[in-house]
Design a protein. Structure first.
Length: 227
C-alpha cells in the first residue's frame, strides 16, 4: 500500500516540523501551506516533507482538496489527513491505516473513551450538538464528527473534490457526501492534546456552519439530498 499523510497548515511554524517528522515514520508526507504568513513552509521542508504553497489563505477545506488531488494524481492508495498544530498524535496514523483497510472513510474519535483533557467547554458542546445532527442526517454511528484526523481511500477521493465548501464545513460535508454515496465509515479511537494552539474559527465560520446544519436538516426532512 502506498500511503500519504496530508497536513493542511496555516501559520503552524512552531509545530509543523515535529508533526511532519513524526508522520514520516509511517508514510510519505505532504504539507499544504495555506497562505501562511510565517515560516510554516520552510519548517515543513526542513522536516523532509513535500510542500505545496497556496499564494493566499483559501481555507482548510481548500487545502485538503489540493492535497487530495495531489494524492490521486500521484497514485497513492490512501490518504491520512492530520492537523499541523500538534493536537493530533501522528503515532496514531497506523490505527487509521488499519481502519482504511476495512472502510472507505475513517474518522478519528476523541470521545470514544473520554473527552480529552483541557478541551474547551464550548468546543465540546458544539461538537456534541453537531455530531448528533450529522448522525441523524447520515445514519452513521458517530461520536466525533468534527475531528480533522481521518483517512480516505483514493477511490473515494473524486466524491469529495467538488464539495463547494472551502472552510471547516468541508470536513462535515465529507461525511454527508460519504453517506449519500453509501460509503463505509469507521470510527477509530485516537488520543489528542489541547494546549495553546490558536483557533482560526471566526464568527463568520459559525454563521456558515449554522446555515450548513439547517441545510442538511432540510435534506433529511424533505427526504432527498441534493449536491
Amino acid at each position: 500500500m502506498k500511503n500519504l499523510t496530508l497536513i493542511p497548515a496555516y501559520n503552524e511554524e512552531k509545530t509543523i516540523k515535529k508533526v511532519a517528522e513524526d508522520a514520516k515514520n509511517y508514510s510519505d508526507v505532504l504539507v499544504v501551506n495555506d497562505g501562511s504568513e510565517d515560516h510554516t513552509s520552510s519548517e515543513a521542508k526542513t522536516a523532509g516533507s513535500t510542500v505545496i504553497n497556496h499564494a493566499k489563505n483559501l481555507g482548510k477545506g481548500a487545502a485538503i482538496k489540493t492535497g487530495l488531488e495531489y494524492a490521486k494524481f500521484q497514485g497513492y492508495d490512501s490518504v491520512v489527513i492530520l492537523d499541523g498544530d500538534g493536537q493530533h498524535d501522528p503515532h496514531c496514523i497506523p490505527l487509521l491505516l488499519e481502519g482504511i483497510s476495512q472502510a472507505d472513510l475513517v474518522i478519528g474519535s476523541r470521545f470514544m473513551s473520554k473527552a480529552p483533557e483541557n478541551m474547551p467547554l464550548q468546543r465540546r458542546l458544539s461538537n456534541k450538538i453537531t455530531t448528533h445532527i450529522i448522525k441523524y442526517t447520515t445514519g452513521y454511528h458517530l461520536t466525533d464528527s468534527q475531528c480533522g484526523f481521518r483517512a480516505v481511500t483514493t477511490q473515494s477521493i473524486p466524491l469529495f473534490l467538488d464539495i463547494s465548501y472551502n472552510d471547516y464545513i468541508f470536513e462535515s460535508e465529507m461525511i454527508c457526501r460519504a453517506s449519500f454515496n453509501n460509503l463505509n465509515l469507521l470510527e477509530i479511537n485516537i488520543t489528542s492534546t489541547y494546549g495553546e494552539e490558536k483557533s482560526y474559527v471566526r464568527t463568520i465560520h459559525i454563521l456558515h456552519y449554522l446555515i450548513f446544519t439547517i441545510k442538511i436538516l432540510g435534506r433529511k426532512i424533505m427526504g432527498r439530498i441534493e449536491f
